[in-house]
Ligand binder design. Structure first.
Ligand SMILES: C[S@@+](CC[C@H](N)C(=O)[O-])C[C@H]1O[C@@H](n2cnc3c(N)ncnc32)[C@H](O)[C@@H]1O
Length: 198
């Protein structure tokens, strides 16, 4: 599937597909976002300018904004963003990874996180997106990427499938893109934005 196929599928998707807790209850869904925001806050400095890339309907972006982060919530799906209507304390942007540069201009984020987004893309598209997220982040800034490793890596075979990576693929990608892994104990990869070759 191309990145556009994935984006198109999410635009048409039932929002219940965003996270398994939504099949439990709305309260469980929003609570899961609070829990994940607590985890993000252990690695993202207070008051940071943060981008939530592929924010969906704000499960994590809302609790991050409630913690006094300056949140820009980005999603390619207009329907997902329409569910943010009326949210005063964060900025929403409709864009895919290629649209970020024109939105940001010369501004860079202190931190970028992307949860349950990269996993649905092919290896090539995922690398392309991570390169754009790195470009949107200040040198020394933090990226939190839901970018799973497996001993039997494989690519998603549908918009809701999961792509996994070998350690070696990720190590090579980090060197090429300018990401230095940070030890965090979080369930996602945490990286510092560094110069390529630096
Ligand atoms: C599974 S939902 C996750 C939403 C949110 N990150 C969360 O964890 O609750 C995936 C979201 O990413 C968006 N998305 C997927 N691929 C994207 C891309 N290449 N660029 C921008 N948004 C994308 C979809 O529109 C959808 O809203």
């Amino acid at each position: 599937m191309t990145a556009d196929d994935v984006i198109q599928a999410w635009d048409q998707a039932d929002p219940a597909a965003i996270h398994p807790t939504r099949h439990v209850s709305e309260a469980a869904y929003w609570e899961s976002g609070q829990v994940q925001a607590d985890l993000l806050a252990t690695v993202i400095p207070a008051g940071a300018k943060v981008m939530d890339f592929g924010c969906g309907d704000g499960r994590v972006a809302f609790p991050m904004a409630g913690r006094d982060y300056d949140v820009t919530a980005v999603d390619a799906s207009q329907r997902m963003l329409a569910r943010f209507a009326g949210a005063a304390d964060l900025t929403t942007v409709q864009a895919d990874a290629d649209g970020l540069a024109s939105h940001l201009g010369r501004r860079r984020m202190d931190a970028v996180y992307s949860l349950a987004v990269l996993v649905h893309h092919s290896w090539a598209d995922c690398l392309h997106i991570i390169g754009k997220l790195r470009a949107a982040t200040k040198l020394g800034g933090i990226l939190v990427l839901d970018w799973p490793v497996s001993e039997t890596p494989s690519e998603a075979d549908s918009w809701i499938g999961v792509t996994t990576w070998s350690e070696q693929q990720q190590t090579e990608a980090c060197a090429r893109i300018g990401l230095e892994p940070v030890d965090s104990g979080l369930p996602w990869g945490v990286y510092r934005a560094v110069k390529v070759g630096g």
